[in-house]
Design a protein around this ligand. Structure first.
Ligand SMILES: *Cc1c(COP(=O)(O)O)cnc(C)c1O
Length: 480
């Protein structure tokens, strides 16, 4: 059956109205899933030619959706048609090879298809006993991740909603250890009246680290000066550690949002160790550099930290929502997040819910397994190296345009551009977004307006790179 998107009138006439006490019809799943499959493929196949930017704003899309809820039931397949048709003008081409906004990433076919299965299976991925298939597949993905990233094989791994919550998990483990070390029982007595924990973070740490610290009741981190690429400065860190007293946590970064730069792990971790501090690394996208030998010098010492946060929904290109929290001390992670009640059936091996904040959750580690299984080790390395190569090629092509300055050392997937004055950079950014052929975000970095490129999509190829350079050239002309 061929359904052309946009002919809402056509299917409105066919809406099947059920009695309000709806019971399942045998073909409900088949019809609804067929429609979802059809619309998914239409969307994915439109990505190479459609403008990246959405055509409608949220309030315009809302006109179709924010209607009074009708009294009677509607055929599930019709609901899917309606949903896909009216959502389409408001969709951003995030899975497009020409989307370079924020740090996002698309979706590998294996990851997307496995995510459909995750929904169909509807497993609550909390306990090994209850959902053995998803628990063991996620465990396989955990092992592969630790191996690929070169992190201690005995680490505990939890699949979180994203890197914000992965930062939360790593820092929660650090909070527990910091207070254990001074004999404070955090579980029983909470934070009220506890010794103060000093948290140090590079001046350019990601805002999600602040958010995680806030959720944990640890307050603001003390910022430690960063260099011109946003890396924490070892001399400043030494001073900050000397000035700190009591339990201490240090937050480092693999992959600066603007420059892609990596903190000097070995020196920073050695300093922190000498003070008995916990070291957490936010590597939402940059931790993936560890899969390739190309970045071994830049990442020297990374594996010596206590906890790491990353996203699979960025660099690995699995669907949202999938972050990864890794804590070297597996037992500590379990003691922070585990719970024991009579109705749970626990496994001596440790259960998935004991490594994340949620009790019930989807098996979001499965798309990680499928992505890695499909890519293999070489394919995973090639994916990460390709993103960085595309970033270098964009930087080279764009810096050849008159009046364009690349502000950062392009060491990974991030490129920051200036077009001269702040005003002109803003104008070019606006013209580029209005043009629609590509999407790059504006930002402010080291006191200047920038156009920021993040190459995070597995499918970006040479054609996309060339088209993107053309789009910037057009935007420069349009901005005058
Ligand atoms: C994206 C990002 C985060 C937050 O990750 P979410 O998946 O959005 O929660 C944290 N740190 C860095 C460096 C990031 O790029």
């Amino acid at each position: 059956m061929v359904f052309s998107v946009g002919c809402w009138g056509l299917f409105r006439g066919r809406i099947r109205v059920y009695p309000s006490t709806v019971t399942a019809q045998p073909d409900d799943y088949r019809d609804a899933l067929d429609r979802a499959r059809y619309h998914s493929i239409e969307w994915l196949e439109s990505l190479t030619t459609r403008p990246v930017a959405p055509r409608q704003k949220a309030d315009e899309v809302a006109e179709h959706f924010r209607v009074p809820l009708q009294e009677s039931s509607i055929d599930p397949a019709e609901v899917i048609d309606e949903l896909a048709t009216f959502a389409e003008p408001g969709l951003m081409g995030i899975p497009s090879g020409r989307f370079f906004g924020w740090v996002m990433g698309g979706t590998l076919p294996s990851a997307l298809a496995s995510d459909w299965l995750v929904s169909a299976w509807d497993q609550n991925a909390a306990m090994r006993f209850a959902t053995p298939a998803t628990a063991s597949i996620e465990e396989a993905a955990e092992d592969w991740l630790l191996d690929l990233l070169g992190l201690p094989a005995s680490s505990g791994v939890g699949f979180t909603t994203g890197a914000t919550m992965a930062n939360f998990v790593g820092l929660a483990a650090g909070r527990k250890k910091a207070l254990d070390d001074v004999g404070w029982d955090l579980r029983a007595d909470g934070l009220s009246g506890s010794p103060r924990i000093t948290v140090l973070a590079g001046a350019e740490s990601h805002v999600s680290v602040d958010m995680a610290l806030r959720y944990l009741g640890l307050g603001l981190a003390t910022p430690v000066a960063a260099d011109d690429q946003g890396r924490i400065r070892v001399d400043a860190l030494k001073e900050a550690l000397d000035a700190a007293s009591g339990p201490t946590i240090l937050c480092l970064q693999a992959g600066n949002l603007h420059s892609g730069a990596f903190d000097p792990f070995l020196e920073a971790i050695e300093l922190a160790r000498a003070r008995g501090a916990w070291v957490h690394v936010d590597g939402a996208f940059g931790l993936w550099a560890a899969v390739s030998r190309s970045w071994a010098p830049a990442l020297n010492g990374l594996e010596l930290a206590d906890s790491w946060a990353t996203d699979a929904h960025k660099t690995l290109n699995v669907p949202y929502d999938c972050g990864v929290a890794i804590v070297a001390d597996r037992a500590l992670l379990r003691s922070e997040f585990g719970a024991h009640t009579d109705y749970l059936i626990l496994d001596a091996h440790g259960d998935p819910f004991e490594r994340v904040p949620e009790m019930s959750r989807r098996a979001r580690g499965i798309p990680v397994w499928a992505a890695l299984r499909s890519l293999g080790r070489e394919g995973t390395i090639a994916l990460v190296e390709r993103l960085a190569r595309n970033a270098r090629e964009l930087a080279q092509g764009l810096s050849a345009l008159p009046g364009v300055e690349v502000l950062n050392e392009v060491v990974f997937t991030q490129v920051c551009l200036s077009f001269g004055t702040d005003e002109r950079t803003r104008d070019v950014t606006q013209a580029l977004i209005a043009d629609g052929a590509v999407w790059m975000s504006g930002s402010r970095w080291q006191g200047r307006e920038v156009l920021r490129i993040s190459v995070s999509n597995w499918s970006t190829d040479a054609t996309d790179v060339a088209a993107s350079i053309d789009a910037v050239r057009r935007a420069m002309a349009a901005a005058g």
